[in-house]
Write a protein that binds this ligand. Structure first.
Ligand SMILES: C[S@@+](CC[C@H](N)C(=O)[O-])C[C@H]1O[C@@H](n2cnc3c(N)ncnc32)[C@H](O)[C@@H]1O
Length: 296
């Protein structure tokens, strides 16, 4: 999409070809898909509609929008931030740079929370805490599926909570999802208890932050990623303090990076207050989630 005058018009088809080639050279893993998503966004059309518009010539304004998006994508900015939304659990979520982009593996954590609520709390209303909520994707996905669930969603970041609140409103869940700005459990009343606690806390070992892909390292919030020197800065206090905020027999579900499993196991051994511990593998066969239950 050079700015120099040329004789060939910039049609949808030509822009897609040019952008795919340009993004491929910049190292984008899915250049054609990115090109289509970004062009559809610039034209306010669906991707499918592009297929019927190959010969349409872009207006200057759409072309300028597309040029800006392509430049940012070539600089590894994630497509979800560029278009402002991401699908999770078959639901649409607003995302911006204040929140982590929801990951597909986290859908499995949501499925376990739903399964536990259905199996153990089917006849009653169930109180669920989503600690470190970010975009609110976990709380909103659970509340959408479980009509008897009341969710509390906590994050330390006011900007993330604003996004999460808009996501709850977008899915008409304001009355069943309560938001709280808090440093972990810090602002919860001491006697506030839940049946299920779900959490996807920051867990990247600090020294590994530099090795993350540029799309993550340079664009996603470090507050959402950095788990401190051993990756356990948030996980350990969550495991230590969860018993105070769980009903007897309550459940804890947590996402983490597979390398942390031994450290998590030793915290569980030291605490000795959890039972029925299961380590859940993701679709690539890596241990990704902890499912455990309070021993009383
Ligand atoms: C890995 S992200 C998870 C976001 C979302 N739950 C998801 O699964 O996509 C971790 C979140 O924890 C929040 N966070 C970081 N430190 C925190 C703290 N001390 N207390 C509460 N939330 C915190 C970050 O702002 C971020 O939104």
């Amino acid at each position: 999409m050079s700015t120099k005058p040329d004789d060939q018009p910039w049609t949808v088809g030509r822009i897609l070809t040019w952008t795919t080639d340009y993004l491929k050279k910049s190292g984008a893993p899915n250049p054609r898909l990115d090109a289509e998503v970004l062009l559809a966004h610039s034209l306010r059309k669906s991707r499918i509609q592009l297929y019927t518009m190959y010969d349409t010539v872009l207006e200057d304004a759409s072309r300028a929008t597309m040029r800006d998006l392509v430049k940012r994508r070539a600089n590894h900015e994630p497509v979800a931030y560029l278009v402002g939304h991401k699908e999770f659990f078959s639901l649409e979520f607003e995302v911006n740079k204040a929140v982590l982009i929801p990951r597909p593996e986290t859908e499995l954590l949501v499925m376990h929370a739903i399964e536990i609520a259905r199996q153990f709390y089917a006849s009653a209303s169930v109180d669920i805490l989503d600690l470190c909520t970010g975009s609110g994707c976990i709380a909103v996905a659970i509340a959408t599926t479980l009509k008897q669930a009341n969710l509390t969603a906590i994050d330390i970041s006011p900007d993330a909570l604003e996004v999460a609140k808009r996501n709850a409103a977008r899915h008409k869940l304001e009355s069943r999802v309560e938001f709280l700005q808090s440093d972990l459990f810090g602002s919860l009343p001491a006697d506030r208890k839940f049946h299920v606690l779900v959490t996807n806390p920051p867990y990247i070992v600090e020294a590994d932050m530099a090795t993350l892909e540029p799309n993550v390292k340079n664009h996603e919030p470090h507050l959402a990623l950095n788990g401190g020197p051993d990756g356990m800065t948030f996980i350990t206090p969550i495991l230590e303090r969860a018993p105070q905020h769980l009903h007897p027999d309550g459940w804890l579900l947590m996402e983490f990076t597979p390398e942390l499993q031994p450290s998590i196991q030793s915290v569980l051994d030291r605490l000795g207050c959890y039972r029925e511990t299961q380590w859940i593998k993701d679709l690539s066969g890596q241990i990704r989630h902890l499912r455990t239950r309070l021993s009383q």
